[in-house]
Write a protein that binds this ligand. Structure first.
Ligand SMILES: CC(C)(COP(=O)(O)OP(=O)(O)OC[C@H]1O[C@@H](n2cnc3c(N)ncnc32)[C@H](O)[C@@H]1OP(=O)(O)O)[C@@H](O)C(=O)NCCC(=O)NCCS
Length: 307
């Protein structure tokens, strides 16, 4: 019996109290931590849905995240409520819409902090290179299916038009001038361990997004030397898997400053050290927007990038 028989199967909620180790230096929850929670909720319901019929067992891999805005900060001590819902299925992909609410545990008051749309693709449990078919969902109204098909076709078109940026690397700069790109560019190097990975032994999309947000935050803080927060993340496509044992280098550089915001480009490069084929490749790239905050948490003008 398929999931479409039980509408609850298409919905899922994760709740957890936000703790001091989730905090950025401004005392709010890291944007990357929220992205990771969003991805976990999406991975759970899409994997559950794709295994709801007696077909081949599979694990849903994150293929794309649509542009996401951070509407309001989540504070330490609040309860993060992440609710995910399957809103469209194509033959081989699942669209999940996620809302994040911050709940005041004392009063029960809730406010919306994020909304995100993610696309997952089910990969066979026994053959990670095989994409399996997604059981279709039933829509409450035909308009919902039509609107979903339009979102699916739009993102497919956008993917064809925006080619992945390969081959560009961020090289170290000796004695960079203040406020140039080289002044704030930064990298993190991470060995992919079992706790970063899915049942297949490949990195969770949320883990990658958290590391990407960390690098973007370092670039922003180095540039403006204030407290900074993630304002938004542009659409991200996850073209290539990253296997356990890989070394990943996550590099960020500032690409644009407006009066009160900074655009930061982040690349994730994977290096397969272990195994038969050794390869270096660009796994993901994305643009993050950051805002600099005063001590009173008001947006500040940012020093302009010097080209
Ligand atoms: C997702 C992935 C399996 C797709 O591989 P592919 O060779 O493009 O597969 P196909 O062309 O057969 O497409 C399979 C389905 O995926 C969908 N798809 C592929 N790339 C997508 C993307 N970036 N966004 C949304 N959907 C995508 C296709 O539309 C297709 O569904 P459809 O037939 O219903 O239209 C592959 O890109 C991959 O492994 N990416 C990495 C996934 C991962 O590890 N995520 C975490 C990264 S840290």
């Amino acid at each position: 019996m398929g999931c479409q028989q039980f509408s609850d199967c298409l919905k899922g909620v994760i709740k957890r109290i936000m703790r001091p180790d989730d905090a950025n230096i401004a005392g709010n929850v890291h944007g990357g931590t929220i992205l990771k929670m969003i991805e976990e909720a999406g991975a759970i319901i899409s994997t559950r849905h794709c295994n709801s019929q007696s077909g081949e067992k599979c694990v849903a891999a994150l293929a794309r995240v649509e542009r996401t805005d951070f509407l309001s900060p989540m504070c330490i001590g609040e309860v993060g409520n992440v609710s995910a819902e399957i809103t469209y299925t194509s033959k081989h992909s699942v669209e999940v819409q996620v809302n994040v609410l911050a709940e005041n545990i004392l009063t029960g008051a809730k406010r919306l902090t994020n909304r995100a749309t993610l696309w997952y693709v089910p990969l066979s449990l026994t053959n990670v290179d095989k994409v399996v078919e997604v059981p279709p969902i039933e829509y409450e109204r035909q308009e919902l299916e039509e609107a979903g098909r339009k979102r699916y076709e739009d993102q497919k078109l956008e993917r064809l038009e925006t080619k992945q940026r390969n081959g560009e690397y961020i090289l170290p700069v000796v004695n960079p001038d203040q406020y140039t790109v080289g002044y704030s560019q930064s990298s993190l190097i991470h060995l992919v361990g079992p706790s970063d990975c899915t049942l297949h032994g490949y990195v969770h999309g949320g883990v990658t997004m958290k590391l990407m947000d960390e690098v973007a935050g370092i670039v922003a803080a180095r540039h403006c030397k204030t407290n900074i927060v993630t304002a938004s993340v542009d659409a991200i496509n996850f073209h290539r898997k990253i296997q356990k044992g890989c070394i990943i280098t996550i590099s960020g550089r500032m690409t644009f400053t407006s009066n009160k915001s900074m655009e930061i480009e982040v690349f994730v490069d994977a290096d397969t050290l272990v195994g038969e084929s050794q390869e270096k490749y660009r796994a993901v790239s994305a643009f993050f927007t950051y805002v600099s905050l005063s001590k009173e948490a008001k947006p500040l003008p940012v020093p302009q990038l010097v080209y």
